[in-house]
Design a protein around this ligand. Structure first.
Ligand SMILES: Cc1ncc(COP(=O)(O)O)c(C=O)c1O
Length: 387
């Protein structure tokens, strides 16, 4: 297939081949880890696409082409972390005095970047419930430049209607950025739903094996891609060639992994719904989830993340996360192994005492791709012990 026509091939074909034709000099079928920091020039300013390793690198270019093909985007840019990707997008889009609308349950790191880093430079922000069109309308100002969507959100699994919010934001002259980390392009493609920019923490499902930190930005806008590429080079928060190789390798199996994450998550959600130690299960696949209908429309499946409120409150939640054995107590998500965590004290501690503070009874599961029976045994025993 030709990566110049990514739309022509199926998702898994793009994941395995886009940007990854056999190496023309050796025939290697895997994109080489190109460690060179500088590239020979035929004459001053005449080169074969690469000059200096911060500015561009062949392994990074392969990753950027591949993920752009998966999101059906004209441009892909890789960063050293999801936060570096978010920082570049926001630097490109907002100036002092501009206003950003955040979801009221955004990832804590996104909140911290806007409220504690950009706010210091005079950027203004509001956190709103993006499932409420009236609240969104009231939050938007003449100075609103960005409406930031995360869907499903981390950790509450709120589902936001990308198409509806994009329409409303565009009417007010704002751009829409979607953090697609939880859904991945396999489950949902925000640009095709009207968003302007997609960001990823590729540390999560794209990498998929808990062994690489990275971030991605995707957009169809040439001028914006140029501004972000300028920042990528000028600020220099770029991933190493080895990191790019790891994400690229992870992406090859994204589709099959996501299918298993999603079916295991369904099994886990069914167990939780029926357990007396659980007050409420948050998973978009459950028919009573407030975002179920939107998720059905804009996602292929419902995702591998499941959160729930422990019936016994914070103490029960803390006891539970200490009791599982196969579900490892750890931050992060989206990899082959199952993880359990307490957002209020771990991943979302940075949002404590803010409008984005998380219920201390909340437990978040990243459901891995292990044998479902083993996952259910492990979780079932831990739940029984705190009932
Ligand atoms: C939804 C979401 N966006 C962005 C990030 C930040 O990514 P990174 O940790 O790769 O900087 C995370 C990290 O957990 C996340 O969960």
């Amino acid at each position: 297939m030709s990566p110049r026509h990514p739309g022509d091939a199926g998702f898994e074909t793009r994941a395995i081949h886009a940007g990854q034709e056999p190496d023309p000099s050796t025939g290697a079928v895997v994109a080489p880890i190109s460690l060179a920091t500088t590239f020979a020039q035929d004459a001053v300013g005449e080169h074969r696409g690469f000059e200096y390793g911060r500015t561009g690198n062949p392994t990074r270019a392969a990753l950027e082409t591949c993920v752009a093909a998966l999101e059906d985007a004209a441009h892909g840019l890789a960063f050293a972390s999801g936060m570096a990707a978010e920082d570049a997008v926001l630097r490109a889009l907002v100036r002092p005095g501009d206003h950003v609308v955040l979801p009221n349950d955004a990832y804590g790191g996104t909140y911290r970047l806007v409220a504690r880093v950009l706010a210091e430079t005079g950027v203004e922000w509001s956190a709103v419930d993006l499932t409420d069109p009236v609240a969104l309308g009231e939050a938007c100002r003449d100075s609103t430049k960005v409406v930031w969507i995360e869907t499903p959100t981390n950790p509450l699994l709120t589902v936001v209607d990308i198409e509806a919010v994009s329409r409303a934001a565009h009417e007010r002259g704002a751009r829409v950025v979607v953090d697609n980390t939880f859904a991945t392009p396999y489950l949902q493609q925000p640009l095709s739903l009207g968003a302007d920019v997609v960001v990823h923490s590729s540390t999560k499902y794209l990498g998929g094996h808990s062994d690489v930190v990275g971030g991605m930005v995707l957009t169809d806008e040439d001028g914006l891609a140029e501004s972000i590429a300028f920042l990528q080079n000028a600020v220099g928060a770029v991933p190493s060639p080895f990191d790019c190789f790891l994400v690229l390798r992870g992406v090859k199996t994204l589709g099959v992994r996501m299918d298993r994450h999603c079916s295991n998550a369904r099994g886990v959600a069914d167990l939780l719904v029926d357990h007396p130690a659980v007050e409420r299960v948050l998973w978009p696949g459950l028919p009573d989830h407030p975002g179920h209908d939107v998720a059905r429309r804009q996602m292929r499946h419902f995702g591998g993340m499941v959160s729930f409120l422990a019936a016994g409150g914070e103490q029960a939640a803390l006891a539970l996360v200490a009791k599982t054995q196969l579900f490892t107590l750890a931050e992060s998500l989206g990899a082959v192994e199952s993880l359990i965590e307490h957002p209020a004290r771990m991943t979302h501690a940075s949002a404590a005492d803010s409008p984005l503070a998380v219920d201390p009874a909340l437990v978040r599961l990243s459901v891995g791709i292990e044998s479902l029976d083993d996952l259910l045994d492990d979780l079932g025993h831990a739940l029984d012990a705190v009932t």
